[in-house]
Design a binder for this molecule. Structure first.
Ligand code: GRF
Length: 210
């Protein structure tokens, strides 16, 4: 018997990562059962509609109360995973503690380098030759939870902030669904406080450059 691997995706804006997750649902055998946003004008909500996925919008100004309702909504879907895909707010510890080892985020840098914002410009300012994106578990520190996977991108002399962001986003669209699939297939899993990949403790990010 196979059980449905329900995931809930949080977005704040364009939602191109949500689109890539939705497009690979059948291939990777998971199902986006709810999309949550703090922005009722998020373009990404159109992708949810296109795939007939219910959405739930909440008001960040009222986050304490609102997140209680978000939790009720989420729990009704019994999600195996919560994916922050371009969700631009920092979730409070109380919320994170309700879903231990179940929330992942995609961040546009090779963490632990460049947590926070403006990662592409920081790469250019520092003349880095390699940029990348990271999928990691979420904890109470910003962009600091256990790293699962990364994709790398060579920076070239013609890159500016915009083109670098665009080239990296293209890579993110493979990295995030692929990482969800590894969790879905139980190839990435927690044992106590250790994260395992293929039965070995994960000490280095899994490099997914496809
Ligand atoms: C991505 O670069 C993601 O890494 C970052 O925000 C951006 C979201 O893009 N957290 P989109 O909304 O998925 O198009």
């Amino acid at each position: 018997m196979t059980t449905t691997f329900n995931i809930v995706v949080f977005i704040s804006g364009t939602g191109s990562n949500l689109q890539s997750i939705l497009a690979k649902q059948s291939e990777y055998d998971y199902r986006v059962s709810l999309v949550v946003t703090n922005n009722n004008e998020a373009e990404g909500l159109n992708f949810a509609e296109h795939y007939n996925v219910p959405t739930f919008t909440f008001d960040w100004k009222n986050a304490d109360d609102a997140l209680t309702n978000v939790q009720k909504k989420i729990n009704a879907h019994v999600p195996k995973l919560i994916v922050l895909a371009g969700f631009m707010k920092i979730l409070p510890e109380k919320f994170l503690n309700a879903y231990p080892n179940k929330i992942i985020n995609i961040h546009p840098s090779l963490l632990p380098k460049y947590p926070g914002l403006h990662t592409h410009q920081r790469v250019l300012d520092n003349h880095d030759s390699i940029h990348g994106a990271t999928v990691h578990y979420v904890n109470a520190q910003l962009d600091a939870g256990k790293i699962i996977s990364q994709t790398q991108l060579a920076v070239n002399s013609s890159h500016d902030e915009q083109s670098l962001a665009k080239d990296l986003l293209f890579r993110e669209h493979s990295l995030l669904p692929h990482t969800i699939a590894l969790i879905r297939q139980n190839r990435v899993k927690w044992h106590g406080s250790n994260l395992y990949f293929e039965d070995k403790i994960l000490t280095q990010p899994i490099l997914l450059n496809d």
